[in-house]
Design a protein around this ligand. Structure first.
Ligand code: NDP
Length: 463
């Protein structure tokens, strides 16, 4: 398609991870690019997601480090945490990153509109009162947290609010059992709040390997979080003194000063003009895309959380980059959603790559499973009752490692390297002949000699 008659080759809606990457790379390939951002440069990840969350996880980790230090001979004096200074310091760092994101776009030669953009037709966008024509429109508008549809839900907060609380609540009732619930339960508990976490199902972190789910539940309970499964909030009442009373399934109540809903996110597609332009959305409002990120309208593409596939920043980055290379760089490529490593920054962290055990058994028929649980070296002196779990899932026929899972300190750091091995198709023998780094926790992954069990496909096992 010729560029004639268009103001831009690419118009990007949303300057989050995916949109910014696509815009910068496309501009580098010589495309004329415009970007519209109505709120935060850097999007969820930089402003109200991964980055501030990780800073708050680090803040919470100090609580445990002070405790652990005693066993190593340290006398630790009075400890006080100043919530306001954490939030102010975090805000300063986020403002800095925000500016970097804006400058990245400007320095790459993109035109930046600090305004909301809506789509008028497959090639026209309305932004800041101006009609702009673009050869390609990229929707990278991200997602937002949702509250459940219960009475008094408005009295609760969501993750967007948690980053700006003026003071640390004394008690937090976390509702949900996904990444955000687990991570914030750990943040609030580490920073001194009493935390109750409710999950409506029988075991939280649905979709993760069962050993991660059970081991992490034990560890979180051991660290003082009141974790309750098969429980949910049905109604929230605000009392005259400002306290909240959460009514639970079965009739029990919990008095709390903060209810935190971490009950999922939805794509930010409302009011963007997508449906009127002919773009098909799914029942959650996500833009339906093909493997090339193309929507049902050939000139409109989408990347990242707005497509509600794998809602992770590195996926949005990869999709945005691949799209820009494909459309403007003469290098067509796609983003694989296979073997994507991910970490939960819980207390302690968990990380995973590849297939969960049950999933692998279904996929491959029979898998060899290697699991180890041990007391990390640090806690031999700290006295803290902590245990780590590491696990490999191996396809029995090919002996390829098809899943690696861990709960324990530095799980995210360790899993990144293992993800390369798993993506390259490393076999169990490749792991076994790798010499460990001693003494580390990570070396356990290359010394798992004895098979813990064999797991077969459910139908096959029943025969
Ligand atoms: P998730 O979709 O992961 O989890 C939502 C949780 O809330 C689930 O446990 C779900 O239960 C529960 N839930 C949903 N609706 C209700 C309801 N009406 N009442 C009670 N419980 C409910 O969402 P998150 O908000 O935790 O995270 C969103 C996404 O953001 C993640 O999927 C992930 O992709 C990304 N993310 C990644 C992080 C990382 O990489 N470290 C960190 C944070 C977020 P059920 O299981 O029964 O459906």
């Amino acid at each position: 398609m010729s560029s004639a008659g268009f103001d831009y080759d690419l118009f990007v809606i949303g300057a989050g991870s995916g949109g910014t990457r696509a815009a910068r790379i496309a501009a580098g390939h010589g495309a004329r690019v415009a970007v519209a951002e109505e709120r935060f440069f850097g999007g969820t990840c930089v402003n109200i997601g991964c980055v501030p969350k990780k800073l708050m996880v680090m803040a919470a980790d100090f609580a445990h480090a002070f405790e652990d230090a005693r066993g190593f001979g340290w006398s630790v004096g009075e400890r006080r945490h100043d919530w306001a200074s954490l939030i102010a310091n975090k805000d300063r760092e986020i403002a800095r990153l925000n500016g970097i994101y804006r400058d990245l776009l400007k320095n790459a030669g993109c035109t930046v509109f600090e305004a909301r953009a809506t789509i008028l037709d497959p090639h026209t966008v309305l932004v800041g009162g101006e009609r702009v024509r673009a050869r390609v429109i990229l929707v990278a508008a991200g997602g937002r947290p949702v509250r459940p549809d219960i009475e008094g839900a408005g009295h609760g907060i969501v993750s967007d609010d948690a980053f700006y609380l003026k003071a640390r609540p004394r008690h937090v009732l976390v509702v949900g059992g996904g990444y955000i619930a687990v991570e914030f339960a750990g943040i609030f508990a580490g920073l001194g709040a009493a935390v109750t976490q409710l999950y409506r199902g029988t075991l939280f972190l649905r979709g993760f390997d069962d050993d991660i789910r059970t081991h992490l539940a034990e560890e979180m309970r051991a660290s003082g979080i009141d974790l309750r499964f098969g429980s949910d909030v049905t109604r929230i009442e605000k009392r005259a003194d400002g306290m909240l009373c959460a009514h639970l399934l079965g009739g029990a109540t919990i008095d709390t000063d903060c209810v935190f809903f971490a009950t999922g996110r939805v794509p930010n597609t409302a009011g963007l003009g997508l449906e009127a332009a002919g773009v098909r959305l799914d029942e959650k409002g996500a833009v339906i895309v093909d493997a090339d990120q193309r929507s049902s309208v050939p000139s409109i593409y989408a990347v990242g959380d707005v497509t509600d596939q794998l809602n992770l920043t590195p996926i949005a980055l990869a999709e945005g980059h691949a799209l820009a290379d494909t459309l403007f760089g003469g290098r067509p490529r796609r983003t694989s959603h296979e073997n994507v490593a991910t970490a939960i920054f819980s207390p302690p962290p968990a990380a995973t790559v590849g297939f969960a055990e049950a999933e692998a058994a279904e996929q491959f028929g029979a898998v060899d499973v290697y699991v180890t649980r041990f007391k990390p070296m640090r806690h031999t002196l700290s006295g803290r009752a902590r245990r780590s779990m590491m696990k490999l899932v191996v396809d029995q026929a090919s002996q390829r490692v098809v899943g690696a899972h861990m709960v324990g300190e530095d799980a995210g750091e360790i899993m990144q390297g293992l993800a390369i091995a798993v993506n390259m198709g490393a076999s169990k023998a490749d792991f076994d002949r790798t010499i460990g780094i001693h003494p580390t926790a990570a070396e356990e992954f290359v010394t798992l000699r004895t098979r813990t069990r064999e797991t077969r496909r459910v139908a096959a096992a029943a025969q």
